[in-house]
Design a protein. Sequence first.
Length: 452
Amino acid sequence: MASGIEQTDFNKKLFGDNFDWGVSTAAPQIEGAHDADGKGVSVWDVFARKKGKIFDRHHPEIANDFYNRYREDILLIKQLNIPNFRFSISWPRVMPLGTGEVNQAGIDFYNRVIDFCLENGIQPWVTIYHWDLPHELEVKGGWTNREIVTWFSDYVTVCAKHFGDRVKHWMVMNEPAVFVGAGYFLGVHAPGRIGIKNFLPAVHHAVLCMAAGGKILRELYPAAQIGTTFSCSDIEPYSDKPRDIAAAKRADALLNRLFLEAVLGMGYPAELKVFTGIKKYMLPGDEKLMTFDFDFIGLQNYTREIVKASFFIPYIGAKYVKAEKRNVPITDMKWEVYPQAIYNIIKKYDAYPQIKKIIITENGAAFPDVLENGEVNDQLRLQYLQDHIAQVLKAKNEGCKVAGYFVWTLTDNFEWAEGYRPRFGIIHVDFDTQKRTVKASGKWYGEFLKTK
């Protein structure tokens, strides 16, 4: 075990009674039923049909069939003693065209999920936007169109009014740096747009939507816990050369600070000159509209990145030094296994006085799992989870305001552009039969959480 804790002594009691434990999922990765019961088309439905975009032409049309198997999966959560279940609402399932008419069948589905969670003693933690923008809104410009602030506000209002009487924990948005960066600059995620002209307006509009969504939820349900989540990379310079140190700072501004500091009222980071281009999309009064006082911030960390200066990389002048070239242990995603990263990230974000509470809303790993004799003995993932949870405890014991930890993810699923190849779940899924098998890591987590 990390942090000097013996495995036999390591249990949830060390974290206190008010620490929130859970598991996280996302609608487009697990639900399937892509056109069932009036659901509209999402940008991922369209993107997955384009040749060469998804590994081995995988698609999310069936995924884990959570839409039809939600009771089975929620009962598995209960079996594993997991008290909190983070899932997302599919925008096109509840508003097929993104605006206007509400799909009652979609509302009914999420009501069933929420109610079944509560019947089984599980608290629903709902993410309002986890990347599945309705395709009809993308046709109108998607996140590059400022009208999305109105569209998103209407969607949040629909979710709040239908589910807010039972949902006490909300996350407005999931990882804006990823869906904006990968989807509106690099083009490797849906909707596949490329270039700075798409990236900059999408950044600003996502910030405005985060704040607008938080304000709507706070107005309608002032007692609810309202947060939003950010992807976080522990970034270190390749060397102590000034150019590498400066490159790491620029990468940090892009990956860790851009969205967070804007919504905290600190504006956009000045370290990257390209961010000044956002001013073109700002209107008078936007500084106020960009900010919201969230009850908690969700941090999602998996690894660290080593960064060095690169003259050839536009805008940022920095590049990653790939983990597989550094002779370090790596996951199936070729991410370095470095448990101290999550400790470093917690310490970094804890230093912001505006942040009231930190919840680790995603942490996990993909490894090459083997199903043998009805068992998946995933010791690498089990060790990964133990070591990272120990680092969370270390930060908590040092006074950091970290108050929860959610594993990514419940079941193996559709992992975006990587398709079904990488398996992150603590429950194995045979995608031909949809049979679920709890892995060794899931059994360990269940025993860890069983501690009285």
